[in-house]
Design a protein around this ligand. Sequence first.
Ligand code: NI
Length: 187
Amino acid sequence: MAVLKVLEYGDPVLRKEAEKVHKVSAKIQKLISDMFDTMYDQQGVGLAAPQVGVLKRLFVLDCTTPEQNLPQMVMINPAIVKKSGAIRSKEGCLSFPGVWTEVKRYENIVVRYMDQKGKRQELAVDGGGLLSRAIQHELDHLNGVLFVDHALDETEANEQLGEHNLPPIDPTRIVEEPDLDHVLMGN
Ligand code: NI
């Protein structure tokens, strides 16, 4: 068991693009195992490799809730190949201790990825539940995108960040999502 250090918002590594994983080596298997240990230790539902300082395209998830039992998941080199609908989602992130704010997400997604055994997988997740939102959140980390870049209310998000001694939103990083705005704000 190894609990790794989770990088906090403001660390430049969190803004870097991660590299593709070419082989699920013993080193990658060890990383995955340590990432699960770290995620459970911090009571998170997902953790991406860049958050522990490793710029590789993979993340781990455990989105089990009292309502729905789900297996542990590992997604390597993931890509969202289909997305539709829009929802508001109140999210936090292990790299933003104590911060929770509403963000815009797609409701339905189809994700392709490689699992821990190196097998190609495709998963459709409808209905905007925790799993759909977590996949979008964690996949963003692999591209240096953070949940506050999707904030519905930048002022509110900045208040939250300030209260927790974290840097404000970087306006140059805000993700333009006219298709989501169209549904969520009716414009
Ligand atoms: Ni996160």
